[in-house]
Design a protein around this ligand. Structure first.
Ligand code: LMR
Length: 329
């Protein structure tokens, strides 16, 4: 009888354990932008491919538009294990490592293709691992696009921005950039930008075309100046402990899928820079100002002191490597 009871207990435990093991791993992927942007499309594609190729093993839940967490809480939530993947803009990593502030330097990269070349370089890939010690594991860089200035008055030369209040992301470099223009930077979460522009809490902002169009910023800003003065890109990031603990086969497949999604996201980003810009123009709700080379040179000169200000913290080697990426191969 005792043997029978023992066997029964053992059988039940095994059954219970196998049920526990059969439970799929849940990945919550939270982000702050619309599903029609490169990041939004990338997150949804990641879910689709994971659920096709790791069916029964992994489920992915996507939370766009700051639905689950906004800018303020998402990095903390990742460390606490409340979400498993995020893709914050590179500007939002500046508080974890000085080096990544490189990406916010104004007029460092000529265009998105230069950013792409830099991110694929040895120095660029080093930055993907720059936050590992803080518990964040960088999985990929994703593009969005180059930023444009906007306001309710035409911004043709730096003097036009003087005295205006601009919304910025959490970034010391971006703060310095607007101060260099004699403007006031105001740090606000992305979810608050539309309202802040609509109600005049801030006068202007800087955004890439995909974010402008998807969040209708062009409906609450009379002018956009085509400055392409900086990049807004992302690091897809997970919790280091979570990632390392995944079964090897699952982690390998997830990394393979992410590599495929990254190619697709970056392709879409290049296309959307053009198409969303055109959609903003076609909306007729705002005016897109094309600057002359002389006007653009004035913006560059006004903001260049920011480089010197951050050179020691970022490292001259990184700045030089980024500049080298401007050369077309
Ligand atoms: C912003 O805050 O402007 C961006 O980082 C939002 C985003 O994720 O593109």
């Amino acid at each position: 009888m005792r043997i029978f009871i023992h066997s029964l207990i053992l059988f039940c435990c095994t059954l219970l354990l196998s049920n526990v093991q059969a439970e799929p791993i849940k990945i919550k992927f939270s982000h702050v932008v619309a599903e029609t942007t490169p990041k939004g499309i990338g997150a949804n594609l990641f879910k689709k491919l994971v659920e096709e190729r790791l069916a029964g093993k992994v489920v992915v839940e996507i939370y766009p538009n700051s639905q689950l967490y906004g800018d303020e809480k998402e990095m903390e939530a990742l460390l606490l294990g409340d979400v498993q993947i995020l893709a914050p803009s590179l500007a939002k990593f500046g508080k974890y490592t000085d080096k990544i502030q490189l990406f916010d330097l104004p007029f460092l990269f000529d265009d998105l293709a230069a950013v792409d070349r830099f991110q694929a370089s040895e120095k660029g890939l080093e930055l993907l691992h720059a936050v590992e010690k803080k518990g964040y594991y960088g999985l990929a860089f994703w593009h969005n696009g180059m930023k444009q200035f906007s306001a309710n008055k035409p911004l043709r030369v730096p003097a036009d921005a003087k005295g205006l209040k601009f919304r910025i992301q959490q970034s010391k470099v971006l703060e310095a950039q607007f101060k260099a223009l004699g403007a006031s930077p105001e740090k606000l979460a992305f979810a608050e930008v539309y309202n802040a522009l609509a109600t005049g809490i801030v006068d202007g902002a800087e955004n890439p075309w995909a974010n402008i169009y998807s969040k209708k910023f062009h409906e609450v800003q009379k002018y956009f100046s085509e400055t392409n003065h900086g990049v807004l890109d992302y690091m897809v990031v997970t919790n280091t402990a979570f990632w390392k603990k995944l079964p090897d086969d699952v982690r390998t497949e997830l990394e393979k899928i992410l590599a495929e999604v990254t190619i697709e996201v970056n392709k879409i980003a290049f296309e959307q820079e053009m198409t969303d810009r055109q959609k903003v123009i076609d909306s007729g709700k705002t005016q897109v100002i094309q600057l002359t080379p002389e006007e653009l040179a004035q913006w560059r000169t006004a903001m260049l002191p920011v480089w010197k200000q951050f050179e020691d913290a970022i490292g001259k080697d990184l700045i030089d490597a980024a500049l080298a990426a401007n050369k077309k191969p």
